[in-house]
Design a protein around this ligand. Structure first.
Ligand code: ATP
Length: 366
């Protein structure tokens, strides 16, 4: 099965049937992936899903058990890291503590024995690019975490590699610096046009930075797609649950465009009904509408407010929908986001509605 394949374009980086075993343990299983020139791709998944192992296999820091890696049309599967064309940034900055910032950035350039004047010029350029022109003579320990990570980035791109690998580059930083640097890295990547692969377990990071996200779980790829695609049309219950918040309610397929939940016949876009029989119906808290006044919205049912939480930009409201007086109900707990509170209180029964194009269907759990 080919995942992430687009016909008509030549990929810059591929992994084919890449498998990595540690003893009996399969950390990566049959990973086939194509990454295009200039793309920003995130490997996203929970701890232990294999994303770092995949990045390390691409870099040659770990050698695959089976399968191949190609870069720029060349099979690099068995080349050591030093003979592959990439720059890498790690979570832990990994700067040389006894070298000045300038020397840190110049490291790869000096290894290439470039003329001294060229090195100095390039280092100055890079310092400016990451906004740290005046820090060149300091040592890493004299810089903040965010500054150190900018230097690590400058060092990684110093030799103009064809590929930039980022292994959780932001996770050691505090929230504010992280958001800031997220934008900076993205800008830099766009300006340079360098093909970039970033490992992260942070969905927000992946959604905001990636052109395409590779969602991984247990050593396999669950889905490859644009952030919007993955959020709107998750390919599996795992992806639906891992990205954003998702409600799951058991139901049944009841026709080409209807689902039965409780006593409600829910209209649903036919292309979203990919299963038959018992299913899980999935919908996001922000997509439910609360009925106000006399307007009758379609796909609506009643539920009782159990808990309300103020989240800043909205209220997260937990509800339970069950049968009372033959009312329209879906049998289950779910949550919704309300931008305005509109007088709703715990204990109230409210009517909510699901837009038919915002429903996903997954195989039922038995
Ligand atoms: P995290 O975000 O926690 O780093 P990850 O998705 O990057 O998770 P990997 O580091 O790729 O996960 O590890 C995948 C699996 O392979 C894990 O179960 C890990 O324990 C195992 N693993 C990784 N490296 C080794 C190793 N050198 N020896 C044995 N098992 C390993």
């Amino acid at each position: 099965k080919e995942i992430g394949t687009e016909t008509g374009r030549t990929p810059y980086l591929t992994t084919s049937n890449l498998t990595k075993m540690f003893g009996d343990f399969t950390a990566l299983s049959d990973i086939t992936l194509e990454i295009y020139e200039g793309e920003f791709v995130c490997f996203l998944g929970p701890s232990g899903c294999g994303k770092t192992t995949l990045l390390r296999a691409i870099a040659g820091l770990d050698i695959q058990t089976f399968g191949h890696v190609t870069q720029a049309g060349k099979d690099v599967s068995n080349l050591p890291p030093s003979e592959r064309d990439f720059g890498i940034v790690f979570q832990s900055y990994a700067l040389f503590p006894n070298l000045t910032i300038r020397k840190n950035i110049a490291y790869g350039l000096e290894n290439r024995k470039l003329p001294k004047a060229d090195i100095e010029k390039r280092v100055a350029e890079l310092l400016e690019l990451v906004g740290l022109t005046d820090q060149g003579t300091k040592y890493p320990a004299q810089l903040s975490g965010g500054q150190q990570q900018r230097i690590a980035l400058a060092r990684a791109i110093a030799t103009n590699p064809g590929l930039l690998l980022l292994d959780e580059p932001l996770s050691a930083l505090d929230a504010k610096v992280r958001t800031h640097l997220r934008h900076e890295i993205k800008e830099l990547q766009r300006t340079l046009g360098v093909t970039t692969v970033m490992v992260t377990h942070d969905q927000e990071e992946a959604l905001t930075m990636a052109d395409r996200i590779v969602v991984m779980n247990d050593g396999v790829i669950e889905q490859v797609g644009t952030p919007l695609d993955i959020y709107r049309n998750p390919a599996s219950a795992f992806v639906a649950d891992f990205i954003g918040t998702m409600n799951f309610i058991p139901g049944k397929v009841n026709g080409s465009n209807t689902l039965k939940m409780g006593n409600v016949d829910l209209n649903c876009d036919p292309e979203n009904i990919t299963e038959t029989g018992d299913i899980m119906v999935a919908f996001r808290p922000e997509n439910l509408l609360v009925q106000e006044g006399d307007i009758n919205l379609p796909n609506s049912f009643e539920a009782e407010v159990k808990y309300m939480e103020f989240m800043g930009a909205f209220f997260r409201v937990d509800l339970v929908s069950q049968q009372a007086n033959g009312n329209a109900h879906i049998k289950g707990d779910f949550s919704i986001n309300m931008v305005r509170r509109t007088g709703v209180q715990v204990g109230d029964t409210i009517k909510v509605s699901i837009p038919q194009d915002r429903v996903s269907v997954f195989p039922g759990v038995n």
